[in-house]
Design a protein around this ligand. Structure first.
Ligand SMILES: [Zn+2]
Length: 210
């Protein structure tokens, strides 16, 4: 399956055509999100499920990976491939669990196939595998690194704000619905430091949308 290639070719026009916003809402900045085809994803191991409704929440995660100082695009692509391989080969999942990934260098990557197309359309979502009980309604965003004792680098933080604003914009999600993985599951994710920044994230997203 390779829907991401099609979404890449459709480009910005598809994003504009897909907007379904409250009157008066400004267009959020459209982030550059590298598709599965661009980072060299494998095909999903099993067919994925497209849900015919928008997402209504964002869950913020950390990968719990090393806090790499390689901020390059090549590293971000490798991260995406490593995550996919881990989730398929070690976890036995159909594909990358989360919908999107943000590298420490601030690069945005599609996770699960079809997530980018769905986001651009704003009316459907791909069933995820990032938090039991939330996979049919919440967009999962994984942030490279481990944020128990340190905060994310500025580039990653700023990318997270822009990505969350775009997701809220496309799906009509309130910034109040930006939550941490630990709000819905017994986990330390997304780390004490990043979790403590979620109120600031909501404020920044709210500002970006008005
Ligand atoms: Zn998590």
């Amino acid at each position: 399956m390779n829907t991401s290639r099609r979404s890449f070719l459709l480009g910005a026009g598809a994003a504009i055509a897909g907007l379904a916003l409250p009157a008066g809402a400004q267009a959020a900045t459209t982030p550059r999100i590298y598709s599965c085809a661009e980072w060299g994803a494998r095909p999903p191991a099993d067919p994925l499920v497209t849900l015919n409704h928008p997402a209504n929440r964002i869950l913020v995660h950390h990968v719990a990976s090393p806090n790499s100082t390689d901020y390059s695009l090549a590293h971000a692509f490798q991260l995406a491939r490593d995550e996919q391989a881990d989730h398929i080969d070690n976890n036995g999942w159909s594909d990358t669990g989360q919908h999107f990934t943000i590298s420490r260098g601030g690069y945005d990557l599609e996770g699960r196939h079809g997530s980018l197309d769905a986001l651009r359309g704003g009316r459907t979502m791909i069933r995820g595998a990032h938090c039991p009980g939330q996979n049919d309604n919440a967009i999962g965003i994984e942030n490279e690194g481990t944020y128990m004792t340190v905060e994310p680098p500025a580039a990653q933080w700023n990318a997270l704000i822009t990505m969350c604003a775009y997701v809220c914009h496309q799906y009509g999600i309130s910034p109040d619905e930006i939550k941490g993985h630990r709000d819905y599951y017994n986990t330390l994710c997304p780390g004490d430091k990043l979790y403590a920044k979620l109120p600031a994230l909501r404020d920044a997203v709210r500002a970006a949308l008005t």
